[in-house]
Ligand binder design. Sequence first.
Ligand SMILES: C[S@@+](CC[C@H](N)C(=O)[O-])C[C@H]1O[C@@H](n2cnc3c(N)ncnc32)[C@H](O)[C@@H]1O
Length: 421
Amino acid sequence: MSGKVVLKKKRRTLIAPEISETLVTCPGGAEYALADELRVLGTTDPTTEGAAVRAQITPSDVPRLNREVRTGSRVLIPLARFQAKTFDEVYRGAAAVPWDTMLTPEHTFMITANSQSEALRDHRFLAMRVKDAIVDRQRKYGNGRRSSVDKTEPHLIVNVFAADTTVEIAIDSTGVPLHQRGYRVEAGDAPLRETVAAMMVLESGYRPGDTRQFLDPFCGSGTLVIEAALLYARRGPGTLGRTFAWQRWPWTTGEDRSADATETRGASGRTATSRVGTDAHQVVAGGPPLIGTDNDPRVIQIARRNAERAGVADLVRFEVAEVGQSLRHWTSKGSGVIVTNPPYGVRLQPEGLSSLYSDLGEVLREYAAGWEVTIIAADSRLVRHTGLRPAEHHTVFNGALACQVNRYRVYRRDTPRSGKE
Ligand SMILES: C[S@@+](CC[C@H](N)C(=O)[O-])C[C@H]1O[C@@H](n2cnc3c(N)ncnc32)[C@H](O)[C@@H]1O
């Protein structure tokens, strides 16, 4: 006997963090539509909070929300919220989170940080202090070893957000933001963000299995028509083959890593597509095709390929047409819904934009009386040229661009309209 004591290496068991709340982020202005979606998806108490909605959930909601939510950008799982005026306080708050039970030194992580705090405005330093807290805690409880940072495919994405003196640390279950559905590999010059397009479709009153005509006469790469088709068919936009950050979580194992594991086990069967309650992913046949038209043949080709990739080519039709010709043709068949994003001169500079809008107002009154019309534009002066008065309007951010979403009920010029237009 040498008298040497051999210390047995302690095997560490990973413990999943408690998942009882989510903060789903979204484009600014889409939070009310997102709160509606989260309510229908069965989360508890969805409450809007800036460009986000907070709600109570269970762990099995995480894959489902990532698959089904149309207007959300990221599904975050908050771990800690505390007051901090200095970076040392941030470090102490972050060090109180049991990172060592979520990550072994073999697992990797990365930090994303945003700051709207005067005192903590250096978001890179904010990220660095949280990183220090994570690795120091790992070293302290894990034989001096720590995880590496991996900015491409980490096992854990830690999200830090500072606003005034409140810091919230969350894990990101999404990874690549949800607007990147995977179908829009190609786009025209001024594409609409998919989440904003989905918000417009939901707010337009269009519903799954809707028997009314859907039309976008300025369809570009087809975003609005494709989002409407996914809604029509009750297909979650996260079911198009992409992966999510939660699938790499260290404590997620085996079959749980499959993006549709909880789906095949029959999650809740609800999809946030309708207030009437439906079976998830049931494709409804028999309605009219959803129509997108544009006067640029190049973008029509792109829209058709995007629809193929989104798996909705059988539900949609994209044709080259001038706006007037399109409205004349497609509105002759009963009532319907027009949701559109005309050129607005910020990124596109076609000549005569104001006359394009006044002509649009004319043809809408002439051909689309009784139709529900939703128009997004970055320039509210341009939409006024339609001569239509919106029943509702609000601001939404398409990326960094503040846009106005206007909803109209169109009446013929000679119809009495009790002050609506
Ligand atoms: C802002 S873009 C639409 C982008 C689209 N929502 C997307 O996500 O790709 C406006 C579109 O209107 C089309 N357009 C411009 N003038 C038109 C006209 N007179 N008739 C039909 N389309 C027109 C342009 O070709 C362009 O694709």
